[in-house]
Design a binder for this molecule. Structure first.
Ligand SMILES: C[S@@+](CC[C@H](N)C(=O)[O-])C[C@H]1O[C@@H](n2cnc3c(N)ncnc32)[C@H](O)[C@@H]1O
Length: 400
């Protein structure tokens, strides 16, 4: 048996799992990855986990019982019992059992453990900045779409190397941006940016060092998802206190539970309105999530019925973005809405009783509104002749 140390990055921190047989490294990584995913779900969705826990038959072995509770929350662990037992034995010097290991993972996940400064080292910051210019540019514009044009002093939380701040400076004539970030590597790069920007090193999960109401508005691009509940709470409270106007946030939630948690925490912190908005709602792999915060309550914007998340508006129809979406993005979204509507009409043209009832109802209404018989026109024709009808049906409440 050849022993070799096993080190794996878990929750953005390199962790040692001791010296174990090299033949078991791959299996151990599989278990670790599975625990990482499931701990995140258990910690972020404690209610769901509790409900599932109560359904576990009591005659199962303890380790299995715990694992089964997780399996129903996420993907099943694909390892035979023998290989699973071998990994459990090999990891024994570190954890007395898989139960013990799950508890440790839950703790790592639940603590504010992501060390932004360690993760975004000088070299990683450089690489990030070189490769993400275009993507961050687009995401930052979407966040700024909802801020008033006369923003003069803007806060950028988790500004990194300044890609997002730079977009704000360029877009709002005369505006000044203050960026905060925890990574020295990132901030060093941000300092070389515009003269209308300054940076402060600050951890966004701690109270922020700003006077009450000193910023007109704020953005945060691709940063807030690093925080767990307590960190989010502090961050939202700091935003409520230091920002007079609105906040546009883009983030990458692990799942919808996290997106809803972010919204809930914002409302609890004192924001009058917190609206979740989804861009590219039909591309499940490429969804872009936003949270728009406002001091006052807003009317809810329409959802997209092809992606039926009850609390989440469609970016294309989110009222506060309507005037400012740029032409190219707006055209692209129109095309995508039409393409997906045509696709569900085509795939369900012979009727399908297994279809999700919400989609089934939508298909029925679309067919009625468009008057499609058995043939559905080619995409260009379909798009041009039916877009208005599609738009109305897709963004209306279902007629029961
Ligand atoms: C993906 S980068 C985004 C940077 C920038 N907003 C952009 O659009 O390019 C995420 C940033 O969040 C920062 N970050 C993560 N956790 C943080 C924390 N607790 N406090 C402050 N900054 C944090 C990281 O250092 C990193 O610069």
């Amino acid at each position: 048996m050849v022993l070799k140390s096993l080190t794996v990055e878990v929750f953005n921190k390199k962790r040692s799992f001791g010296e174990i047989d090299t033949a078991l490294h791959n299996d151990a990584r599989t278990v670790i990855e599975w625990m990482r995913l499931n701990s995140k779900r258990r910690v972020l969705a404690p209610k769901a986990a509790k409900k599932v826990d109560s359904q576990i038959p009591s005659n199962l072995k303890r380790t299995f019982a715990d694992m089964s509770s997780c399996v129903t929350l996420g993907k099943p662990l694909k390892l035979s019992n023998e290989r699973r037992d071998a990994v459990e034995d090999a990891l024994r010097p570190m954890f007395s059992s898989f139960d013990d290991m799950l508890v440790a993972f839950d703790g790592w996940c639940g603590s504010d453990d992501f060390d932004a400064n360690e993760y975004y080292s000088a070299s990683r910051s450089l690489k990030y900045t070189a490769t993400n210019l275009g993507a961050q540019n687009n995401l930052s514009h979407r966040c700024l779409d909802m801020l008033p044009r006369n923003s003069k002093l803007i806060l950028d939380v988790g500004c990194g190397s300044g890609l997002s701040s730079q977009v704000a400076v360029n877009r709002f004539t005369g505006a000044f941006v203050v960026g905060t970030d925890a990574s020295v590597g990132m901030l060093e790069l941000a300092k070389h940016g515009s003269g209308r920007m300054d940076v402060i090193r600050a951890d966004m999960q701690q109270p922020m060092p700003f006077r009450k109401g000193c910023f007109d508005n704020a953005i945060s691009v691709s940063a807030l998802h690093y925080l767990v509940k307590d960190g989010l709470k502090h961050c939202m409270q700091s935003l409520v206190s230091s920002v007079n106007g609105k906040v546009g946030i883009q983030f990458y939630p692990k799942d919808e539970v996290y997106a809803n948690l972010l919204r809930r925490v914002a409302l609890d912190a004192g924001w009058g309105d917190a609206s979740l908005v989804l861009d590219q709602p039909h591309h499940t792999q490429a969804n872009r999530w936003y949270l728009f915060l406002s001091p006052n309550k807003c009317e809810p914007s329409p959802i997209c019925r092809m992606y039926h998340q009850p609390n989440t508006s469609c970016y294309f129809r989110a009222d506060f973005c309507l005037e400012s979406i740029d032409e190219a993005h707006s055209q692209w979204m129109k095309d995508e809405h039409a393409r997906f509507a045509r696709k569900i009409l085509r795939t369900n043209r012979h009727g399908d009783s297994n279809l999700d009832p919400v989609i089934l109802q939508l298909v029925k209404e679309l067919r009625q509104a468009i008057g499609v018989t058995s043939t559905i026109p080619p995409l260009d024709e379909f798009k041009n002749s039916h877009f208005q009808i599609l738009d109305t049906v897709l963004h209306s409440r279902p007629s029961v």
